[in-house]
Design a protein around this ligand. Structure first.
Ligand code: FEC
Length: 313
């Protein structure tokens, strides 16, 4: 019988239904219930995307299944069998549930990986901390892939998507080189910069590598989806960037590449496809977005290779 290795595939999580939004939001807010106004505002954003369904859940399920298949056909791993378990940050099955399930199934060795390529103490760091605490409690040997932001297959997958959309701009009569490519990611509180956090640098490295591979002439990085809290968040926000590009540089064509995200979910389907697009439209700008990676084979191979490399198989 082959040796089993558990893979804890971690992701942000999404509510299971409209009724579940309040408890999900309360979890994100570390147990503090949102005000009625905050809850209404978030519910409206979910209602606005694809008829109010929660695509992240289905996407994550598919990513976990496809990653397991990809791992098990890797020729370096013929002596082992990988079994993937899901662990979500803010919804069930929680990170701790995934670890517990592995142990119940008799797994003794595991690897954890997050469906987000860039390390920050506030993102990947907090997933890892929770998984490690539960694994230590239950005696599971677990190691982690902490980032994979420059994996050649990840860069290729993003670059292919950027090129495909630039081709579409060209087919519609625009000059490919006059399209401004905006790489974006979820903002975090500004205080991460004083903590020596690698998040911003890793995002710039990914953006540069994708731009080079896709032969992009004009690009810049911008933040998106900042939280609604009193402290300052990293900027400029994409909505301000669009206004600046329109007023100061008369840019007409914009392609957004949200390299900090790997799935179709609220931050892409609402913050970019609805909110940013409507601001762009008001200014007569054409804004397109690259397709999300979801279960793209190259992305799955980037994850699988990062896991197998960590295990030195
Ligand atoms: O589609 C969905 O249902 C879920 C979409 C979703 C993703 C996501 C990814 C990241 N977040 C990150 C950081 C923060 C911080 C706060 C915060 C708040 C929210 C809220 C919603 C939400 N996030 Fe999120 N995030 C998603 C959704 N996020 C909803 C609450 C309402 C709002 O502020 O918009 C602030 C928490 C606080 O109050 O302290 C910080 C980071 C990522 C990307 C990495 C990852 O996927 O883990 C970083 C997807």
């Amino acid at each position: 019988m082959k040796n089993k290795i558990g893979v804890l595939v971690m992701s942000y999580g999404t509510p299971e239904s409209m009724e579940g939004i309040e408890s999900y939001y309360t979890h994100i807010r570390r147990g503090n219930k949102p005000s009625e106004e905050q809850l209404r505002e978030l519910t409206e954003r979910y209602e606005a995307i694809v008829g109010g369904v929660f695509p992240l859940r289905e996407n994550t399920d598919r990513q976990v299944r496809t990653l397991q298949d990809t791992l098990n056909v890797d020729p370096r791993a013929t002596d082992v069998e990988f079994v993937c378990y899901q662990g979500l940050k803010h919804a069930a099955p929680y990170i701790e549930d995934g670890v517990e399930k592995m142990v119940q199934d008799g797994i003794t060795k595991a690897v954890g990986i997050v469906l987000a390529p860039h390390y920050s103490t506030m993102s990947i760091g907090s997933y890892v901390k929770r998984a490690k605490a539960k694994a230590d409690e239950l005696g599971l040997d677990i190691s982690f892939v902490e980032s994979y932001h420059l994996h050649p297959k990840l860069i290729e997958a993003f670059a292919d998507r950027v090129s495909a959309k630039l081709n579409q701009f060209e087919e519609a009569g625009a000059n490919r080189d006059s399209v401004r490519v905006l790489f974006s990611a979820h903002s975090l509180p500004e205080r991460i910069l004083t903590m020596g956090d690698p998040y911003q640098d890793q995002l710039l490295e990914t953006s540069k590598a994708v731009a080079e591979k896709a032969g992009v002439k004009h690009w810049q990085f911008t933040w998106q989806s900042a939280g609604r809290t009193a402290e300052p968040w990293l900027g400029p926000d994409i909505l301000d960037t669009l206004q600046t590009l329109n007023k100061e540089e008369q840019v007409e064509d914009v392609l957004v590449a949200p390299v900090g995200f790997v799935s179709d979910h609220l931050e892409v389907l609402y913050d970019l496809d609805i909110e940013a697009k409507s601001i762009a439209k008001e200014m007569d700008m054409r804004l397109e977005r690259i397709d999300s990676l979801n279960s793209d084979p190259l992305y799955m191979e980037a994850l699988s290779d990062s896991i197998i490399t960590l295990l030195k198989l």
